[in-house]
Design a protein around this ligand. Sequence first.
Ligand SMILES: *Cc1c(COP(=O)(O)O)cnc(C)c1O
Length: 252
Amino acid sequence: MKSYSMIRLIKLREYLRLPIVIDRESLASNVSKVQQQIADACTRAGRNPAEVTLLPVSKTFDAQAIRKMVTLGFRRFGENRLQEIAQKAPELADCDIEWVVIGHVQTNKAKEVAKYASELQSLDRIALAEALDKRLAPLNRTLKVLVQVKTSPEESKSGVEPQNLISFLKELTNFPTLKVEGLMTMAVLSDDEIAVRDCFRLLRQCRDQALAAGIKGISLDRLSMGMSGDMALAIEEGSTEVRVGTAIFGKR
Ligand SMILES: *Cc1c(COP(=O)(O)O)cnc(C)c1O
């Protein structure tokens, strides 16, 4: 249990907006616990753990925390705000980091995505695809993208509706700078395991149906699903990438 003075310290840190300092050993131990959870879920599902990538989500944690993760062998980091990437990227210029955007992106942020991101996992509308293509083309670069699918009924979750996915994917073939590699989703926030699992299963079914449609020029090998609280269920339903923040870096 946290002592009273500890709580006061936390409040003081929040008030002064000081970053949470997390040491390398704690990060290493958290990472190995997460890797064990991944391995256990793979065993239950009869899958090879090498099929599941761990994407650390570093949002709200500072460049120093990311640098410690780099010393543990990580190069890709998930972030949900472009402004935050723009702040951290210069401090980490020597680390050769691949920034993965996982949060909702406003169309007017396409320029920053083209500048900083190696990958976008939250592509959810054609207007954004258009804006990205326009910014990427002059830079002569491509962007890996995952299409975010809305598998949960919550208003707060964005993503392409499952019934519109195939036509959406077909439209994306008009943008040669966008390399579609798969799908991403966020499950419903719920204690009901069945409801959460249903979201992940729906994403897998969406992928299977889109594959059957045989759209040329796109790949759907990747399914980014599962976070700190639900990664085991996601892996059992076929996730190839879990996006993990809290279980590695601690509470935000
Ligand atoms: C923050 C975030 C995560 C990580 O969530 P945790 O519960 O901290 O592991 C994963 N995916 C997205 C899209 C996020 O915004």
